[in-house]
Design a protein around this ligand. Structure first.
Ligand code: PLP
Length: 400
């Protein structure tokens, strides 16, 4: 029998705020009614703001981030196209796997897990590609497996320095709506996310923003696709409708979540994520543990992957936290299994929740045999949060 609150500190799905949950508790409605657009049309506009674009076409597919990856590829590329991708964590590795399974010719650059995009190597490869054989460059903005954020502006500069015309694909699944994302400024062509992380909704939506350049590519792309066809969506979305039954409840939730983001103000949302992440990082440093992320300027503001001594299996920490303290942390993925555990610090989150995460992690680490001082991590985070208390943004929710 578990009592009290269950704590979710995984990097997605994240905690769904109460007003978002309530917004989804509505009767089923007719998705072919002429007023269905009252629910849906503003979603496209508001998502554009979150993606940092005025001109991109936004798509909401039933699915998840993985589905949006597939939609991005199959709508804009051709079988056998050469693409450039880096493998430096589980999610970039899985995207490569998908691209290969879909029949693309992937040039893979392997980089250490814990580092960001190998920009210099990309510049070298793009510079050598004199005939623009590379049709797309893929970048994972925030590698959720390692807690590393890559510099998308640098990826754009890599393309521009080489006068290269390749499409720029960006996975923003664990960054968009939590960190600045400037689609237009960075000239991103396909930006991908899901509903269950920074957007604070349940899983179930794969969300894409597509530049006009990528939309033009979709008109001639010959990869096989059916359910994820952009053209069908564009036609039906014009009136706020969908080519197939949309997940209406989720759309209500998304509307409420976007209202929250709007009420808090995106700059405040990003500042909050940075402040909370910094508190978590101070806590980890006070334990004497290190992050998987190697470079300070690549530390993720949404997830921290924490390395454990060789003598401790990170899965024990997860088990103790879950079984004994009702708390979930993220596991190590791929080669990091058993070597790291992750704290997700994104979405509907505040200082108290971060202190709970650190406090429970401390108990689990201690019990698993990691030589830490109880209270050290929470104390360091408290010191950080207390110092920054005056900059806490005020959240005004119109509905409350
Ligand atoms: N990309 C990144 C960076 C992720 O963190 C995830 C999931 O955690 C995915 C892609 C896959 O998304 P989904 O699980 O929504 O299919």
């Amino acid at each position: 029998m578990r009592t009290g609150q269950t704590h979710l500190f995984i990097p997605g799905p994240t905690n769904v705020p109460e007003d978002v949950r309530r917004a989804m508790n509505v009767p089923m409605q007719d998705m072919r009614a002429t007023d269905f657009g009252d629910l849906t049309l503003s979603l496209f506009t508001d998502l554009r703001t979150v993606f940092g674009t005025e001109t991109a076409q936004v798509f909401l597919f039933p699915g998840s981030g993985t589905g949006a990856w597939e939609a991005a590829i199959t709508n804009t590329l051709n079988p056998g196209d050469k693409v450039l991708m880096a493998r430096h964590g589980q999610f970039s590795a899985l995207w490569i796997q998908m691209a290969e399974r879909l029949g693309l010719n992937v040039e893979v650059v392997d980089a250490p897990w814990g580092e960001g995009l190998p920009v210099a190597e990309f510049v070298r490869i793009l510079g050598d590609d004199r005939y623009d054989e590379i049709k797309a460059v893929f970048v994972t903005h925030n590698e959720t497996a390692t807690g590393v954020t890559s510099d998308i502006a640098a990826a754009r500069r890599a393309l521009d320095t080489c006068f290269h015309e390749a499409l720029l694909f960006v996975d923003g699944v664990s960054s968009i709506a939590s960190m600045p994302f400037l689609m237009d400024e960075w000239e991103v062509d396909l930006a991908v996310t899901g509903s269950q992380k920074g957007l604070m909704c349940p899983p179930g939506l794969g969300i894409l923003a597509v530049s006009q350049k990528a939309m033009a590519a979709s008109e001639t792309s010959t990869m096989r696709r059916a359910y994820f066809e952009f053209a069908d969506m564009v036609q039906m979305n014009a009136d706020g409708q969908f080519p197939y039954t949309p997940p209406t409840q989720l759309l209500h939730g998304l509307k409420a979540a976007l209202a929250r983001l709007n009420a808090e103000g995106l700059p405040n949302v990003f500042a909050r994520h940075h402040r909370l992440a910094e508190g978590i990082r101070r806590g980890i440093a006070a334990w004497g543990l290190s992050l998987a992320a190697q470079r300070k300027d690549e530390y993720s503001d949404t997830v921290s992957a924490i390395c454990l001594p060789d003598t401790v299996d990170a899965r024990d920490v997860l088990r103790i936290a879950y079984d004994e303290h009702n708390a979930s942390f993220g596991s190590g993925l791929g080669p990091l299994t058993g070597r790291v555990f992750r704290i997700g610090h994104l979405g509907d989150l505040n200082e108290g929740m971060c202190l709970t995460a650190l406090g429970i992690a401390e108990m689990a680490l201690y019990r698993a045999g990691v030589p830490i001082q109880l209270g050290s991590g929470t104390g360091a985070a408290q010191a950080h949060f207390a110092a920054g208390a005056d900059v806490r943004p005020v959240l005004r929710i119109a509905a409350e």
